[in-house]
Design a protein around this ligand. Sequence first.
Ligand SMILES: *Cc1c(COP(=O)(O)O)cnc(C)c1O
Length: 404
Amino acid sequence: MDYDALFREQLDALKREGNYRVFAELERERGNFPRARHHRGERPADVTVWCSNDYLGMGQHPDVLAAMHEALDRCGAGAGGTRNISGTNHYHVLLEAELADLHGKEAALLFTSGYVSNWSSLSTLGARLPDAVILSDALNHASMIEGIRHARCEKRIWKHNDPRDLERHLAEIDPARPKIVAFESVYSMDGDIAPIAEIVEVAEKYGAMTYLDEVHAVGLYGPRGGGVAEELGLMDRITLIEGTLGKAFGVVGGYITGSSDLVDFLRSFASGFIFTTALPPAVAAGALASIRHLKRSEFERRRQREMVRKLRAHLDAVGIPHLPNPSHIVPVMVKDPVKCKMISDILLDDYGIYVQPINYPTVPKGTERLRFTPSPLHSDADLDRLVRALTELWSHCALSRAVA
Ligand SMILES: *Cc1c(COP(=O)(O)O)cnc(C)c1O
């Protein structure tokens, strides 16, 4: 049996469809965000990164780095075990307390990533709650979808951001059954924001618990960076808030927060929590410093919003179409997979601008895009360079412009 031939067959199909992923090899430069070195061929090139999920540049913040250095020097590299068997470090416990406080919950639980936290929590809840039903927003992230699939309970998919459709489903379900409404606050590809108040309202009416993924909102929204639910004063009405330490907080790791009983339940039954080595203490210490900083500081959030507003205004001025939304994500629509990849390649090679093309299956066919995430550390000069480059490429590639 030629296994490699079997692998190649599927890879070739991916390439034919234009959906084969090529990674840009970057070397981030501490203290020089959003600059990085792009390794290709013999000579690395300097690039400006426009698509990082380190939304506020916290991955390079001096407080975060100092905390990580200190913890590394104190505790060494790894945690040394699963949480149950010698791996629970003091920093994990401090971080969980900080996260519970951030979301106004009784408790929190760390996972190795946001992906694992969603996968593990939803699969455990759906599998263990007797005769449960999970109601999932149609555009939920892969980590939630996989968790729900693994739960093997009944699942219903409601129309994206549509509380009326959610209600229609809830009304059909036996009131005695446990129900979990799973959704996100900020959806990362379109940058739209869920009508959380209406969804919570409907869920409460039918006695459903709510599971909210705030991965693209923590650190960024709310007076202390608690997310959109904090901004709207709704945290206490959400049963479980999930987040990541890898995006705006700039490190790595995932978590859930909720009541003591809920958290104890997942701590005790979630396989993806139990049977894996705990995060390195230095990672927990870095995340802790990042969260503490963003709880107090509005500076990064304010400056990020200003850059987002400026980028949108500049794009409007030159007629480059972007998806309007209330968030920090600026999707510039190309609507063609080949052109999308081509523009991204030219930006990288000729202009030193890195923005990854977003093609199917991450977004529906015909909605291919470049997804820009302006940060507090992009300068006005960066912005001018970007918009000038896009203007040239838009003409060069004969792409349609927005009608002013
Ligand atoms: C990135 C992402 C995750 C996974 O978080 P990681 O910490 O990167 O594993 C979960 N949910 C959503 C909506 C995401 O975009």
